[in-house]
Design a protein around this ligand. Sequence first.
Ligand code: KG4
Ligand code: ZN
Length: 340
Amino acid sequence: MNILGIETSCDETSCAVVADGRKILSSVVSSQIPIHRKYSGVVPELASRAHIENVNAVLDEALDKAGIRDIAGGISAIAYTRGPGLAGSLLVGQITAQTLSSLYRLPLIDINHIEGHLYAPLLEFGALKPPYLALVVSGGHTELIVVNDFGNYTYLGGTRDDAAGEAFDKVAKLLGLGYPGGPVIDVLAKKGDPKAVRFPRPLLPGTWEFSFSGLKTAVVNHVAGKKLSRGAIPGICASFQAAVVDTLAEKTFAAAGRYGLKTIVVGGGVAANSSLRTAFTARGKREKRSVFLPPLDLCTDNAAMVACTGYYRFKRGRVEGGLQRIEPGMKLKNWNEKNT
Ligand code: KG4
Ligand code: ZN
């Protein structure tokens, strides 16, 4: 069964065709980073305009690469990201999906973007199946979620303020390193000493929540009034990155222990961070927990994860009415379909 996925929640226009939930037949991602770079962040109006310009070409390429000439014959259902995300950007994907659905009389599946990140590792690791603990760390989210089964989640907690990726982006902007901040800090940190500056680890004991704005302020205070030499930047990057990674690892592994989960999955753009990948892999070995880190193109936003999530929902007979009404920050104990 082939599902067409469409993702336009932020600054990537993406379409993909996935067979039986696991096999990527095509995955096309058109990134808008060059458009937003000069503003050091995503400009919503520019993002939605770029989606409008790109979506048809991205769709055609995804269908071509999957060898699908006839949508009605080659596609069984269409899954698209309904939220959370930028309203104008989401609308472009939604209208595209709705148009194709009514034109070709195909079922339409609305997907929550975070749920998509929970499923992305399934596309790489054939043996992976729930239950597992998922950490979703991106520019907009830092969430710890137990995937009890397909469509059945326990939401443990999210960030109270800045998401981890947002903190990377803001610190990079502060240091004049450009956008997006995560990849550039990742590279510079390799040349720096993670102990150069002792930044705080915001652990928020007794909760599964995160808070990165204080850490960002600690970097602001550290550089305030100083004329930074170029040589100081890698040490600041390495120290900031170490504080983020230590915090994420500490809380994730504590949650895995508390809920007796042997498998940990990390998704979202920050899962591309090399130090995070090394730290999670090493700690997983020490604690005898399997850690699944998707390849970089499945960490960042992509439509293949949306198609994969759509497949499992379709199989459960749930088409419209998924998780999109549940926004990060809502204090839900049981984050599953019964709540929608
Ligand atoms: O998942 P994603 O593509 O989009 C959102 O849904 O936000 O994540 C983008 C975020 C950005 O904040 C970017 O700086 C961060 O992921 N990121 C990284 C790395 N690569 C991307 N953060 C740390 N290290 C990286 N290597
Ligand atoms: Zn994302």
